[in-house]
Design a protein around this ligand. Structure first.
Ligand code: ZN
Length: 211
């Protein structure tokens, strides 16, 4: 995907750091997941008061598009990407974006923003009549490209992550970026196979995109 321009920062952006350890018995502490490697992004803000976290948005991303295995995405999300190292980066120079999670091609899981906070992944968006999906969603990026397939290791990592999220948050809906920003976004793309998540949808009464 091509990330969208930076969004408004929240009025108060807590200076939050990931915990060194989680409490015994739960993989979560202050929105940070113990099963992920933590890379703290400055691109986040507070969720609106009373926001109900009921949506997971799936994305695909690679930088440059279609090139896998480098550290460009985590650099983008942590504002440490050197814009001069590739011509494509010139087209996104200055972008300040983030997602809560990134799943690499080998299933490696990174977390950039506490799920208790608002990451900047959806941009202008609407889901079932509600605008500003970033307010009430968790954003998961899969290293990939629209139209291409994803790796079995990514589906396995996504399945495990979603299970942990479902045990901790009142999630009701799974959707793709293309579902909440039609005409503007096409990720995660036709190569993403939603049926890999159908058992979770059944077990947790989650709604998946149609078709
Ligand atoms: Zn996206």
């Amino acid at each position: 995907m091509r990330p969208e321009p930076g969004e408004r920062p929240a009025a108060s952006a807590p200076n939050q750091m990931p915990p060194e350890q989680t409490q015994a018995g739960t993989p979560w502490k202050q929105g940070w997941y113990a099963g992920a490697r933590h890379r703290v992004s400055p691109n986040f803000g507070a969720r609106p008061a009373g926001a109900v976290l009921d949506l997971v948005l799936l994305h695909s991303i690679s930088l440059p598009p279609g090139v896998y295995g480098g550290d460009s995405v985590e650099r983008l999300f942590t504002n440490t990407l050197d814009w001069d190292t590739h011509p494509y980066f010139q087209t996104i120079r200055g972008l300040e974006v983030s997602a809560h999670f990134l799943i690499r091609r080998d299933g490696d899981l990174l977390q950039f923003v506490s799920c208790d906070d608002r990451a900047w992944h959806a941009g202008q968006s609407s889901f079932q009549g509600r605008d500003n999906c970033n307010d009430y969603s968790i954003g998961i990026e899969l290293e990939g490209l629209e139209g291409q397939n994803f790796e079995p290791a990514q589906y396995a990592a996504l399945h495990a992550l979603l299970t942990a999220l479902l045990e901790n948050y009142p999630l009701r809906f799974l959707a793709g970026h293309s579902d909440v920003a039609p005409g503007r976004k096409i990720d995660p793309g036709s190569g993403f196979e939603w049926h890999h998540l159908s058992d979770l949808a059944l077990q947790w009464q989650l709604s998946l995109p149609q078709g």
